[in-house]
Design a protein around this ligand. Sequence first.
Ligand code: BGC
Length: 382
Amino acid sequence: MTTPSSSPFIALDSLHHRSQQVILDNQQPGGGYLACPVMPDYQYSWFRDGAFISYALTLDGRDFPIQHRVGFAAQWDSAGNFHEWCTRMVNQRAEALERTIRRAQNGEPLVLEDTLNARYQVQGMEGPNDWPEFQLDGPGLWLWSLAKYVEVCRISPLPTSWEAAITLTARYLSAVWRTPCYDAWEERGDAVHVSTLTAIYAGLNAAERLMPQLDFAQTRQTIKEYILTQGLTPTGELAKSIGVDMVDANLLMAALPEGGMLAPDDPLMVRTVARIERDLLAEQHGVHRHVEDTYYGGGAWVLLGLWLAWYKTQVGDPERARELLTWAEAHADAEGNLPEQCNHAMFAPSFYEGWVKLRGEIANPLLWTHAKYLLVLNALRK
Ligand code: BGC
């Protein structure tokens, strides 16, 4: 069992520093971030995890710049290197992605080898093919994160290679968004997931902000209408996937700051979060992903407790955000590592051991959790 610390050992300002350090130490020379340095299956770089990590570093670097030999802050250099990495991953696959765009436009079935992968090895090779690779939220989130980086670091003009990658990623997403794919939890590849659609929406929005000559307004409008007509539960919340009467904590994606599909206080978002809190909140331990979760016993995710805290800061409830932050802090280990999830409040405890045998202990540290921690700190300071 991972033991929640009642933390005699780590001062909270050092949890801030530890979060910076865990992230910066686990960036590969090529710019990708290892999702988790100690779990073999997570020793890869994902667009999704990296998007949130680079977004967090962009803000943290502005407020607490770590001195660096070159540049303004180590955090900004790191985020910039990640964006370079994404750019290369996309541009190197330009021909394949163009084939996918053509197939989608002609209504032909897609070919998996010609789509973007979910996770990549250090040098940019795709990870082993035994993974649910076809996921569309990650590239959308990358564009969303890049737009923030460009705005905060005032990058102008954009490098040509970035413009090429932005345009291609946005055209790719705009062509394939209706295709069923694995969701942000890498599950259920035969469904269309509302959170994924909202990430694509935010990505297209970001592409337009990055390059005003791009126009995806029509696609965004169609995505939104599709969600509002097909993507709601019978009780009127955003649904986990089209046709499913369930919520998923990843629906917090719908209210991403800057360019998310819904304002955080939009009544639809508020209803959705209320149901997430009703169905998925684990008292004292964070937030479950969804009610059918069995991964590591379907424990409560520290990452998601922090994500909910981030949302609470957006709707003007810093007190609740602080409570959730405190929960998360209590799950730091003696070195200040924050895990993906904890195993104190499992939905399906009989599955826990099987996952430990297969993959080892719960991912800890998870860079994405540390990024969420930095984001909540940043939002609470405002
Ligand atoms: C999560 C993904 C994440 C990956 C690496 C998976 O278990 O479901 O969302 O990208 O781990 O952190």
